[in-house]
Design a protein around this ligand. Sequence first.
Ligand SMILES: OC[C@H]1O[C@](O)(CO)[C@@H](O)[C@@H]1O
Length: 311
Amino acid sequence: MLISCGDALIDFVPTKNAEGREAVMPAVGGSCLNVAIGIARLGAPTGFVGGISNDMFGSMIAEHAAASNVELGFATRSDHQTTLAFVRIVAGESHYAFYDAETATRNWTFRRGTLPFDTVEAVHVGSTTLVNDQGAAETKALIADAKATSTISFDPNCRPNLVKDKPGYLARMVEFATQADLIKMSDVDFAYLFGEEPYQQRADAMLGQGPSLVVITRGNNGAIAWHAKTGQIEVEAPKVAVADTIGAGDSFQAALLFALHKQGRLARQQLKDISADGLRRALSFAANCAGLTCTRPGADPPWSHEISWSW
Ligand SMILES: OC[C@H]1O[C@](O)(CO)[C@@H](O)[C@@H]1O
């Protein structure tokens, strides 16, 4: 099975009501839950680790995840409120205002011994969970136990307005990156973390510290990957009518992990040995799944019956 560990929340997605006035639509989100939902909908057994509230929004999250076939037995349910994220789209980019003090997402603990790591092919971590000290510490403990048997996937999914101490956050992101086998980030995240540094230079530095695959997604400009064995591979994004980009990167990550799983290339050594052709197919599959997600509002990754391309 695959595990995604981190944030689950409700996004309030901008829309218009029948009179054309501004309105918001609640939609289940949170990068790490989106990744779990994306993998499960494509058809691989997937569990979610993180906090889910017992409140009304928490029930909405749990029902939505379960309906997408995500195993929730490893999640921590609590009476803390659900994190809420209000989204505004500015020049095509999603901006988030988080209501996240003392929420269920922050009050999650990794319960040692409860996860069957010997049957877990990969663990995905990242996003807003890593902004606060407790979430980062719990995630580190989970990685320490998972690392011997499972591939570690990481997406910083930076949300700058949550970051209070940027140098500390940057150091933490670099530390998580060195723990990962597979790193994916958007071009916007890259610019936030590393400024004008050339992609290739940073990717090479990351590959030298343990990871075997680094991917940068670039919206409608596709994605570029650097792999220790196959070198640089670039794939295009499909041309689509964009509703919004919420969850597109999460959908990309879910589909990439799913494709590698289907190819039998997700385990650490298998990923190191993947062929250029296999990696290109997996990346194209991911770009197509992300494109489909962009055509619908909120984080709504595709189900296997909705896709025609193969991994
Ligand atoms: O996780 C932080 C935010 O990022 C998203 O996952 C999209 O990538 C949203 O659903 C969420 O509000």
